[in-house]
Design a binder for this molecule. Structure first.
Ligand SMILES: [Cu+2]
Length: 455
């Protein structure tokens, strides 16, 4: 039995505008594997970084032959999605090249883990049982998912090296409480779901923000068979990843063929008045001040525990509001974000002054009133001529390259007229990838018009 207890200047905006409007695709769900038994394999492979680099990684693979999963290592590991009360089994085998001499393991902070189902050749490690690099012996980690929430899982074997190398992932426990949120609903809104067992944790869309860093020098040494020379006390990361990709790669679709070992993206989308749940994981070694433009958010839980004064019945009454949150190494948090435009004084649905509100799209707050018609059109500000580029932007390069034609059937650039709010690290160096700007921990939340469906 094992227990572990602002906006920037014109150039920036022009760059962003050009880059972000290409082919943005997202899913309003957290990609991952649902179930109660997961067979993970530690493997070695490469990821790509936006500077064109190819970086050797170790990661957890989930090979079950089903669509939506990979049969090779992925970075980060597969997001494991379970339900509260489930007995969860994660079996781990180790197919890292034996020459590295690395056992591997998984620790599940917040869960009480039993490894008694492991094979006889599993090895006792410093923190938990480990799988030797023979591809045969396995460790069976079993726990009951007692509390809903957002959790990290990661290697418990030399984590300074193995987490850096990519052996990390997310665990999501969904609540079983069948509470119907007594909240307003609108014609365009999908049904509410709950993050925790309380109506005040209801959301329409959820997204994962799993933050990691990479010091390429460590990966080069491993690639060269020089693990003995790795010194993680002189660690100096030059890549910052959200869900295993950096800007602009994280705007591409999940499971995009450009990124065969980096399946997850990070493109939050919502409509006005709908609620977004962000699941935050500090999976690396640094603090990251992540900054969410457009509206303050409300932190409703930390480390898989709702911020409640009475253990849950009062809901997240101790939630706190902010525009920036530190991703703390080893910590998770959940927050809710909603954009209403309530205080900007414009009609956000592009109707002319005096027009009747769009039926089904008007905001009806909980107090029974309706959102006022400001009779002021939302202003449209055209970019300065010098900030514009002419023609079509896509060149096949992830960065601004030569002009080229959009591919056939491309829907055009921001055809829905959405607003884009940057969501980014406020540690400015983290907006680079190996000293190339823009890159790193930068993405956008896309505020779609109500008539634009969000997949
Ligand atoms: Cu900012």
């Amino acid at each position: 039995m094992y227990k572990i207890l602002k906006r920037k200047g014109g150039l920036f905006l022009a760059l962003m505008t050009v880059l972000l409007l290409w082919g943005v695709q997202a899913q309003a769900v957290v990609d991952g594997i649902e179930g109660t038994t997961f067979n993970l394999v530690a493997m070695q492979d490469y990821i790509s970084a936006p500077d064109g680099d190819s970086i050797l990684m170790w990661g957890y693979a989930h090979n079950d032959g089903n669509p939506g999963t990979l049969d090779r290592m992925q970075y980060p590991g597969p997001t494991l999605i379970v339900s509260q009360g489930d007995t969860v089994t994660v079996n781990l085998t180790n197919q890292l090249p034996p020459a590295h001499g690395q056992n591997v393991s998984i620790v599940f902070p917040g869960q009480v883990v039993d490894t008694s189902g492991s094979s006889a050749g599993a090895v006792d490690g410093a923190l938990t049982k480990e799988a030797p690099p023979d591809g045969l012996n396995f460790v069976s980690y079993q726990f009951e998912a007692t509390h809903p929430g957002t959790y990290v899982y990661r290697s418990g074997t030399r984590p300074d090296l193995q987490v850096e190398m990519g052996l990390v992932g997310a665990l999501i426990v969904r609540p079983t409480g069948g509470v119907t949120p007594p909240l307003e609903s609108r014609a365009y809104s999908p049904p509410f779901k709950l993050a925790y067992n309380h109506a005040d944790t209801a959301y329409h869309y959820e997204y994962l923000y799993l933050f990691t860093e990479v010091d390429v020098n460590i990966h080069r040494l491993v690639e060269d068979g020089r693990i003995a020379e790795v010194d993680t006390t002189v660690w100096f990361p030059v890549h910052w990843f959200v869900n295993g990709r950096a800007f602009p790669d994280l705007l591409q679709a999940p499971f995009h063929p450009f990124f065969p070992t980096q399946p997850y993206n990070c493109v939050p989308q919502t409509h006005p008045f709908e609620t977004v749940l962000i699941r935050v994981i500090g999976a690396g070694r640094q603090l990251h001040p992540m900054h969410y433009h457009g509206a303050d958010f409300s932190v409703i839980a930390v480390d898989g525990r709702m911020l409640s004064s009475d253990g849950g019945a009062a809901g997240p009454d101790l939630a706190w509001q902010a525009s920036t949150i530190n991703f703390t190494p080893g910590q998770t948090a959940d927050f809710l974000w909603e954009w209403t435009g309530a205080e900007i004084g414009y009609d956000i649905y592009d109707h002319a002054p005096g027009d009747a509100p769009l039926v089904g799209y008007e905001y009806t707050p909980d107090n029974g009133g309706t959102y006022p018609d400001h009779t002021v059109n939302f202003p449209v500000i055209l970019a300065e001529r010098d900030d514009l580029a002419f023609g079509q932007f896509w060149s096949g390069s992830p960065f601004l390259g030569a002009m080229g034609d959009l591919p056939p059937d491309h829907p055009g650039l921001n055809s829905g007229g959405a607003y884009f709010f940057p969501w980014h690290s406020h540690s400015e160096k983290e907006l680079t990838s190996n000293d190339v700007f823009p890159g790193g921990a930068l993405t956008f939340i896309i505020l779609q018009h109500p008539t634009t469906p969000i997949p």
